[in-house]
Design a protein around this ligand. Structure first.
Ligand code: PLP
Length: 393
């Protein structure tokens, strides 16, 4: 009997992948398509990191490693956190197959059936699916654009019930690029501590900020640190998405449980990629700084380009490489004979009529918006904006 489990049947396949597939189909049929859908840096992994991987292979570092990751990488993680005043022992770190799997094992380790997890919307697409897979209940909290899509402490407090187990904070955010200030996090931390709620702090974009730096909620005192699971990794900051190395940093009991689960699922993450990631965290940070500078130039360019398109309106975010663009004015309007009924239809029309791929905000739990990535070159950004303007302007 090949009937699928209820647990897996409730999952929704990644909708962002469906758009890339459609975009690729159009490209293959000879159409020009510019993708503003990318969730990864368009830069190559820096050469000193590649070299560490080559050395690992040549030195025969190709066997199993410690399940929770090699000590030198876990130490590199604690040293990196110590730069921000965050003191952890290396047995409070687990290295995983991408940050996504760190999040997965963390949720599996802390959530019991029926536990509620508070999720500020808009949110990254994998959070609700992973929470559901852990048999938790997603409690989405609608945020306001005038608060730059950040959940306030009041909104957080209002969503708490006796079943609330955890809250997810993603700063800088995918899809909005929003960065919480220290004061905002302080207020959220107080609510979390008062109500005995765990915090999952996804800091995968922590090193990609402009005009500001991203504070971790764990920096705000021992009470909140002791109830926070930091999720991070090398994918975004070092242009290493394909290497699949992430990590979680948390109280030791949580890490031990995650390690046990990992020992029976993926075992250790890739040994070669662990050596490369050690080089990423301990080596020169200049390539990352250069990449962030390029992102900042593109952000400034793209915000102006987007705001010059009728019906498109966006604020300037302080981190990650996305704009979350308000397109509510275009819903109900007619473009090339199609009456646009929602953001998904708009994204569809932009893809087919203008050859520009974007991601509808509703995929992230917020209707009436598009997520636009600037992880592509400036010429392509300009061309994409022109094409959209020609269609809707
Ligand atoms: N968290 C957020 C908010 C992300 O946007 C992503 C990647 O898109 C991840 C985690 C996963 O990162 P990784 O590729 O290391 O699994």
């Amino acid at each position: 009997n090949m009937e699928l489990s209820a647990k897996v049947r409730q999952l929704e396949a990644s909708p962002t992948l469906a758009i890339s597939t459609e975009a690729k189909k159009l490209k293959d049929s000879g159409k020009e398509v510019i993708s503003l859908g990318a969730g990864e840096p368009d830069f190559n992994t820096p050469q000193h990191i590649n070299q560490a991987a080559i050395d690992a292979v040549n030195n025969g570092f190709t066997g199993y490693t410690e399940t929770i990751g090699i000590k030198e990488l876990r130490e590199a993680v604690t040293k990196d956190l110590a730069k921000r005043g965050l003191e952890y022992d290396n047995n409070q770190v687990i290295v995983t197959t991408g940050a996504k799997y760190a999040l997965f094992t963390a949720l599996q380790s802390i959530i019991e059936a029926g536990d509620e997890v508070i999720l500020p919307a808009p949110y990254w697409v994998s959070y609700p699916e992973q929470i559901k897979f852990a048999e938790g209940k997603v409690v989405a909290v609608e945020t306001k654009e005038e608060n730059r899509f950040k959940m306030t402490a009041e909104e957080f407090a209002a969503a708490i019930t006796e079943d609330t187990k955890a809250v997810v904070i993603n700063s800088p955010s995918n899809p909005t690029g929003a960065v919480y200030t220290k004061e905002e996090l302080q207020e959220i931390a107080e609510v979390a501590v008062d109500n005995d709620i765990l915090v999952i702090s996804d800091e995968i974009y922590q090193k990609i900020t402009y005009d500001t730096s991203a504070v971790s909620i764990a920096e705000l005192g021992s009470e909140i640190k002791d109830r926070t699971i930091i999720i991070d990794g090398v994918s975004k900051a070092y242009a290493m998405t394909g290497w699949r190395i992430g990590y979680a940093v948390a109280p030791k009991d949580v890490i031990t449980a995650m390690g046990c689960l990992q020992s029976h699922s993926t075992s250790n993450p890739n040994s070669i990629a662990q050596k490369a990631s050690t080089a990423a965290l301990t080596g020169s940070q200049e390539p990352t700084k250069k990449m962030v500078k390029a992102f900042q130039r593109r952000r400034d360019l793209l915000v102006d380009l987007i705001n010059s398109i009728p019906g498109f309106e966006t604020i300037k975010p302080s981190g990650a490489f996305y704009l979350f663009v308000n397109v509510k004015e275009l819903i109900g309007s007619e473009i090339n004979g199609t009456v646009i009924k929602d953001d998904q239809e708009l994204a569809d029309v932009l893809l087919h009529e203008a050859g520009v791929a974007t991601i509808p905000g509703s995929f992230f739990g917020k209707d009436g918006y598009l997520r636009i990535s600037y992880a592509i070159g400036e010429e392509d950004l300009k061309r994409a904006a022109e094409k959209i303007k020609d269609l809707v302007g």
